[in-house]
Design a binder for this molecule. Sequence first.
Ligand code: 13P
Ligand code: SF4
Length: 331
Amino acid sequence: MTTLESAKLSLNKKGYLDTETPNIDYIKEIKQLKKEKNAILLAHYYQRDDIQAIADFVGDSLALAQQAAKTDADMIIFAGVHFMAETAKILNPTKKVLLPNLLAGCSLADSCPPDKFSEFKKQYPNHVVVTYINCSAEIKALSDYVCTSSNAKKIVDSIPKEQPIIFAPDRNLGAYLNKETGRNMVLWEGSCLVHEAFSMEKLIKLYKSHPDAEIIAHPESEAHLLQVASYIGSTAGLLNYVKNSNKTKFIVATEAGILFQMLQENPDKEIIPAPAKEDNTCACSECAYMKMNTLKKLYLCIKHELPSIEVDTELAKKAIIPIERMLALSK
Ligand code: 13P
Ligand code: SF4
């Protein structure tokens, strides 16, 4: 059996290639392979620091989708989670789109199974469906508009006031949008495990010992947490806020990977991750799915061009409609 054949076997079981790579300088090799294959490495702010450091572009979900839509690279390597790479593939059906670990999913996307959502949708026949990009291609195909946390309000506001809306899958973002837009959207009861893991009790305690800090939060967080936040925004929004604020201390309620860029951009500011309920070791929240990608998996993935993302052609034709609507409204 060749090395690649045995690697493919491990891919079936684990979702990633796993062959021996003795004495390899992953960073050097990844850079070289990217050049040889005219590949672009896109990374989300929640990726491990070493991956963010070598990416061609690091961004939030919207910026990553926009980059995927306009790239002229022959190959896209997505250092993120499955729904992000799948969106890139839908936008680039003829290009190879790679995800270093196929099992890098998303608890929020998993909280909205297509069969159940389809039944739910039937209960509200005259409603338009707006879905957060953190969902599967099947859910996108059942939607009228896709949005991300940075353009959700804009997308909802673009729909006539009298038009009833279903918002899925994130109940926290949905409730926040209802408050911000004065709508009464029907909400799907989905959520992200990471953003619901923050402890209010620990946060209050932390704030008491840092009363000069500003609490800032991602809108996937629960309502009681958003209530105490001075700023609510997407990962890119949170980064901009910290950069442009004249305050010097922040308690940040989102996945801890954001700290890498925040500290790079603001070496003189103090950034404290909001504490999670169960975590007594590092007092931060990490997305286990985002952290599944490693430099080694990334290297093997570019080298062997596996695992690659495939989306059924008919499904992709339906799913691209709400994505393109979002991109057109986000220029
Ligand atoms: P952003 O839209 O801020 O990138 O959020 C993505 C995400 O998965 C948040 O959990
Ligand atoms: Fe999904 Fe939450 Fe991880 Fe974002 S942080 S990818 S919403 S599980």
